[in-house]
Ligand binder design. Structure first.
Ligand SMILES: *Cc1c(COP(=O)(O)O)cnc(C)c1O
Length: 242
């Protein structure tokens, strides 16, 4: 069986090949390792192979893992703190009663689709932590997966987020329904157009300055990179079947 380190190498090769095909620099696409349902040991194995950014869907599970791995280095001197540090992305739905834990433990929230949740995260972000980095989740294909704002409401939410100092808007995230390459490319192309519009939107004499378009998973990362993704979120191809 291939190890997590082998799998990471294979995923990086896929990303690099897709970048070459798309005429893009391989450094223009970040890899988020989606560790949901896998344990701290698997995260450590991936980190040992050079992976720093991890994504979690289920808040409680994510917080437990983050906390367990954060103890690294505090218990015994033989376990030094992880370097470079882990970066945690919340990529799943957030209910109001879960915002506090998210604000306290995660570095990024990619699944933001409601102002009310954003306001709570802004209030609950501890002052000693840097702003929470956020992406607006957009429902680009109107798919059965009903999370995400409608594309025509993304700008309104993006502008409202500018008033929340403990949040820093970085871009958009989308989870298109599974489809063939051409259809996926078309849907993701719409996300890219929206991203470019928002990125250039003037706000207080500047552009919104977004830099992250998070799309593409194990099955569709090649289409995502072709369409302009800057961050692919990969679980199965790194950690195995869930
Ligand atoms: C599970 C999940 C992924 C990773 O999916 P794989 O198909 O295992 O690569 C990416 N993004 C989100 C939002 C997910 O829920």
């Amino acid at each position: 069986m291939a190890s997590i380190a082998d799998n990471l190498l294979t995923v990086h090769q896929r990303i690099d090949a897709a970048c070459v095909t798309a005429g893009r620099a391989p450094s223009s696409v970040r890899l988020l390792a989606v560790s949901k349902t896998f344990g701290a040991q698997e995260v450590l194995a991936a980190h040992g192979a050079g992976q720093c950014a991890f994504g979690e869907n289920y808040i409680q599970e994510g917080i437990e893992k983050i906390t367990a791995l954060g103890m690294q280095g505090t218990r015994t001197l033989s376990m030094p703190p992880l370097s470079p540090p882990l970066e945690w992305h919340c990529i799943g739905p957030i209910q109001s009663n879960k915002t506090k834990g998210v604000a306290q433990h995660f570095d990024w929230v990619q699944s933001l689709d409601r102002l009310k949740i954003a306001q709570r995260l802004n209030e609950q972000r501890p002052v000693n932590l840097p702003p929470l980095q956020v992406c607006i989740q957009v429902n680009v294909d109107g798919g059965a997966n009903k999370s995400g704002v409608e594309p025509e409401h993304a700008l309104e939410l993006a502008l409202a987020l500018q008033e929340l100092p403990a949040l820093k808007l970085r871009g958009l995230m989308c989870i298109p329904e599974p489809a063939d390459f051409a259809q996926t490319l078309e849907v993701m192309g719409k996300a890219k157009v929206l991203f470019d519009q928002l990125k250039a939107y003037p706000h207080k004499g500047k552009s919104l300055g977004l830099d992250t378009l998070s799309m593409g998973m194990t099955a569709d990362l090649e289409a995502a990179i072709q369409a302009g993704s800057t961050m692919v979120r990969v679980g199965t191809a790194i950690f195995g079947k869930r």
